[in-house]
Design a binder for this molecule. Structure first.
Ligand SMILES: [Zn+2]
Length: 262
C-alpha cells in the first residue's frame, strides 16, 4: 500500500512531500565517522528515500522543489514523481517553477525524459548561480545535461533572494557549491541535502557523507542551519528524510540536536 503523503501548511502555501523512490547507498557513506557507531545506526547501510516537495500556493500556482531521480539512474530506484503528480491531478506542464536545491542526479535527473526532452516544459528552473556555474558544460553529469537541454528555462538566484509566495532562498554550500535551502514566512525550512541521516548527524553535525564536495564548508552550513532551526523554533523537511515523519522540529541535545514531532 502506498503510504499517505505528508503535508504541512506554511502561510498560504501547502507543502506536500512526494517520495520519488528509495536508494541503497550501502555502507561507507560516512567514511570519517566512528565505524561502530555507523554500523549500530545503519546495520544495512544508508537507504535514503528521495523526496520532492510540491508547493501548492494560494493563487493556484505550483512549484516543485527538486525532481527526484527519474527512471534511468540508480537502476530505476526512483521515478515515481510523475505518477504521484498524476494521482494529485497535476500534469507536468502545469508546474510553474522547479526550484533546485542542487543538481545532483537524485535531485535533477527527474527533470529530463530518457530522450533528453524536458519533463516540465513550462517551468522556470530556479537554481543558485554558483550551482549553474559549477555544472555548466559537464554533460557527463545529470546537472550538466539538464543545463544543456533547458538553458532557456534557467533562472539563477543568490542567497536571501525572495521567490514570492513568502519564500526566500537560503544558500547552504558545501554539499555542492550552489546548494540551497528555502525559508518560508510561515515558519518552515526545506534543507535539501544538509542532512542524509538524522540519527547520526543531529547528535553530531560534523558527520558528513562522502558526497559533499567541500565537507568542511558543508559542516559549517549544517551547524548554522540546525542552530537556526532550533533557535527560531522552525519546522523543517529535507530531501532524504526517510519514514513516515517528513516534517520535524529540532531541540538542542548536548553538543548536537534531536528531532521532535512538530
Ligand atoms: Zn541527494
Amino acid at each position: 500500500m502506498t503510504p499517505p503523503i505528508a503535508r504541512f501548511r506554511a502561510g498560504l502555501t501547502e507543502i506536500l512531500c512526494l517520495t520519488d523512490g528509495q536508494l541503497d547507498l550501502g555502507t561507507g557513506v560516512f567514511p570519517e565517522a566512528d565505524p561502530e557507531r555507523v554500523a549500530a545506526v545503519l546495520p544495512e547501510g544508508l537507504k535514503p528515500e528521495v523526496n520532492v516537495h510540491l508547493l501548492r500556493h494560494a493563487d493556484g500556482t505550483l512549484d516543485l522543489v527538486d525532481t527526484g531521480c527519474g527512471p534511468t539512474i540508480y537502476a530505476g530506484a526512483g521515478g515515481r514523481l510523475p505518477g504521484l503528480l498524476d494521482g494529485l491531478g497535476i500534469a507536468p506542464a502545469e508546474i510553474d517553477r522547479v526550484i533546485f536545491t542542487h543538481l545532483h542526479g537524485d535531485h535533477a535527473a527527474g527533470a529530463l525524459h530518457p530522450d533528453g526532452s524536458p519533463v516540465f516544459p513550462a517551468a522556470r528552473l530556479v537554481m543558485h548561480a554558483a550551482e549553474q556555474a559549477f555544472w555548466q558544460g559537464r554533460e557527463d553529469t545529470a546537472g550538466g545535461r539538464l543545463l544543456a537541454a533547458c538553458s532557456d528555462q534557467v533562472e539563477v538566484v543568490g542567497d536571501g533572494d525572495t521567490l514570492g509566495q513568502g519564500m526566500t532562498t537560503w544558500h547552504l554550500p558545501g554539499h555542492t557549491p550552489g546548494h540551497m535551502g528555502l525559508r518560508f514566512d510561515g515558519g518552515l525550512v526545506l534543507l535539501g541535502d544538509v542532512i542524509h541521516c538524522p540519527e547520526l548527524q543531529f547528535p553530531d553535525p560534523d558527520i558528513h557523507t562522502r558526497y559533499d564536495i567541500d565537507p568542511a564548508q558543508g559542516d559549517a552550513s549544517r551547524r548554522m542551519a540546525l542552530a537556526t532551526i532550533a533557535a527560531e523554533g522552525l519546522v523543517f523537511s529535507a530531501s532524504h528524510l526517510t519514514g513516515a515523519q517528513k516534517f520535524l522540529r529540532l531541540e538542542v541535545a548536548g553538543d548536537g540536536y534531536r528531532s521532535v514531532a512538530p
